[in-house]
Write a protein of this length. Structure first.
Lengths: 148, 167, 123
């Protein structure tokens, strides 16, 4: 899609804005609509737009597939680690109060960390899924499949 | 009205998702509207289109109407509409939904954790164990897609000359 | 008012019927997945409309607002949407593999006796 000038320029303007919006709803999610799930899909949507405009090979140079897998597991494990940390510090699983001295500070720390984990997992899972789908056609062509 | 072109149906589906995102925004669920707009109009439509790049773009014509299916659907729908007559009215503040745990969430979320967005508070703290389950479901689904699609397809016929497989 | 009070449920039921019909009457798997998504959205609308209070506002604490809509359905549906797209992706991945193995994503045109269009060896 390199020849489509208008699309490329619009995408170049939009992708950073969408990414920034994703970060905003990730970290401002406590005060306005937002949170990990929303931020994850918004960031993944920006990345998919990047793939559509610049191609999968360039996009995989930005975030290699191995990094996606690591991040995908890291997000879920970060969530679980917050829960386990609560247990180790003397509370129940996923109880945030023992994490920090102040009541509100502990809860906010817990919520932001958990949402970060969710956001990373959701974004990278969507990226992995889209990578698999987008690569399939080329693989099929290389394998000599007749596509209609 | 019947749409055989699957590309057009995917586009109509995207428009439908965007409209339902607007409906969610009207119904006071801003977080849900945000997610639905990104997911429905963006990601799921693109996944359908990705399938359509390898499959036929137009649906095979089938026999005109599927009468048994229509009967099943109409009977189910009629039963459900009958059941809705017992449900509480739309938007009344004393509905059972609003009298159980919701008042606790609305009143205690800010004193408990100092987070004004109650949706985030309920999602990440009160119902945290639910959310960890959902996260692992998403992780598992991602791994399942990877397991299904990361195997390279076998070469069809070794004798087949290269170059006649253009799309 | 009693009649219009159930209007939201009827919309949900109609959307559910459309999605259900797509799932069971159509043979095309891409269309089935779209039907399943419409079905799913109808359930989302049911939950969200149940959480709405007339005169209420978005459940984010701020000054000057007395009545908030119910935050709980938002939470449930928020996670359900993202889980829904993940499961849709699994379904579409299965459809793609079926297309590779049988050459079609139409239910009615899949035949066991034409194994994988000329590649004999099993996968």
């Amino acid at each position: 899609m390199r020849e489509h000038g208008i699309l490329r320029i619009i995408a170049r303007l939009l992708i950073p804005l969408i990414m920034l919006f994703g970060l905003y709803i990730q970290f401002h999610g406590d005060y306005s609509p937002g949170g990990g799930f929303q931020a994850g899909v918004v960031v993944a949507a920006a990345w998919i737009l990047f793939v559509l405009i610049y191609g999968l090979d360039v996009a995989l140079k930005v975030i290699p597939e191995r990094a996606m897998f690591v991040l995908m597991l890291f997000g879920a494990l970060l969530y679980a680690a917050v829960g386990v940390a609560g247990v180790l510090l003397g509370g129940h699983f996923l109880n945030f109060y023992p994490l920090l001295p102040g009541k509100h500070a502990a809860q906010q720390f817990g919520i932001i960390t958990v949402e970060l984990g969710v956001g990373i997992t959701v974004a990278t899972v969507m990226m992995v899924v889209f990578t698999q789908f987008a690569r399939r056609r080329r693989w099929l062509e290389e394998a000599g499949e007749e596509l209609d | 009205m019947r749409q055989r072109d699957l590309f057009a149906s995917a586009m109509l589906f995207a428009i439908y998702s965007l409209l339902s995102a607007g409906l969610f925004a009207v119904l006071d669920a801003g977080d849900v509207a945000l997610t639905e707009a990104a997911v429905g109009a963006g990601i799921s439509t693109l996944l359908v289109l990705a399938v359509l790049t390898v499959a036929r773009r137009d649906e095979r014509p089938v026999a005109s109407h599927n009468l048994p299916a229509l009967i099943v659907v109409v009977v189910t729908g009629a039963a459900l509409i009958w059941a809705t007559l017992d449900l509480p009215e739309f938007g009344a503040p004393d509905n059972p939904v609003h009298t159980h745990v919701a008042p606790y969430y609305i009143e205690q979320a800010y004193p408990d954790m100092g987070v004004p967005n109650m949706v985030a508070a309920v999602l990440a703290s009160y119902r945290s164990i639910d959310t960890i389950g959902e996260t692992f479901v998403i992780l598992t689904a991602g791994l399942a897609v990877w397991a299904l699609l990361s195997v390279r397809p076998r070469r069809r016929k070794p004798s087949k000359p290269e170059g006649n497989n253009a799309p | 008012m009693a009649l219009l009070g159930h209007f939201n449920y009827w919309i949900v039921v109609v959307l559910m019927m459309i999605g259900f019909y797509c799932v069971i009457a159509r043979g095309n798997m891409a269309k089935k997945m779209m039907g399943l998504n419409i079905f799913q959205t109808s359930v989302f609308i049911l939950f969200i409309s149940a959480g709405k209070i007339i005169g209420g506002s978005t459940p984010i604490l701020r000054k000057g607002v007395e009545v908030y809509s119910n935050p709980l359905p938002s939470v449930l549906i928020l996670t359900a949407i993202v889980v829904g797209v993940a499961t849709t992706a699994v379904g579409l991945a299965l459809a793609m593999r079926i297309r590779e193995a049988y050459g079609t994503i139409e239910d009615d045109f899949i035949h066991d006796d034409e194994p994988a269009a000329a590649d004999e060896d099993d996968r």
